[in-house]
Write a protein that binds this ligand. Structure first.
Ligand code: TYD
Length: 140
């Protein structure tokens, strides 16, 4: 299913690359190719090969995931449908909307994943239990 047609509830953004003999520069800009105001950035590196993280949903926080080095298979579940997207290009960004259960899996050892977020860190915005996630979206 990897890289099969992307369902309408998933958005992949191809960030613009400016490449010349000096190297490549990728641009992520709020309200341009990032559909929210970026309030936070964090990144993940030093992972174990084939490792995974995530396994949660957010109530309101929106995130854009970019594997600026290496690759990861991102699995997403909106409570009705499941899909997965392979992030393996430094300019391929995946929008993970709130109320989508997601995990980052199958890490390559050299992974550096940049995450841009619409909100500051707030543990209360997390749903870390899958059954609670299903109940939460049913109430919506
Ligand atoms: P965690 O949510 O477990 O990471 P992942 O979703 O990748 O599995 O976060 C790891 C730790 O870092 C946890 O103690 C919360 C903390 N943290 C922050 O303090 N600020 C942040 O912006 C993030 C993403 C995590």
């Amino acid at each position: 299913m990897t890289n099969s047609p992307v369902p309408e509830w998933i958005k992949v953004v191809n960030l613009p690359i400016k490449a010349d003999e000096r190297g490549s520069l990728v641009i992520a800009q709020s309200d341009d190719n990032v559909p929210f105001l970026i309030k936070r950035a964090f990144y993940i590196f030093g992972v174990q090969e084939n490792g995974s993280r995530g396994f949660h949903a957010h109530k309101a926080n929106r995130q854009l995931l970019i594997c600026i080095q290496g690759s990861s298979l991102i699995k997403m579940d909106n409570g009705t449908e499941k899909t997965e997207i392979l992030l393996n290009e430094p300019n391929k960004a995946l929008l993970v909307e709130p109320q989508v259960w997601h995990s980052m899996e199958e890490f390559s050892k050299d992974l550096i994943m940049l995450v841009l977020a619409s909100d500051k860190y707030d543990e209360n915005d997390y749903i870390r239990d899958y059954q609670q996630f299903l109940e939460y979206i049913k109430q919506k």
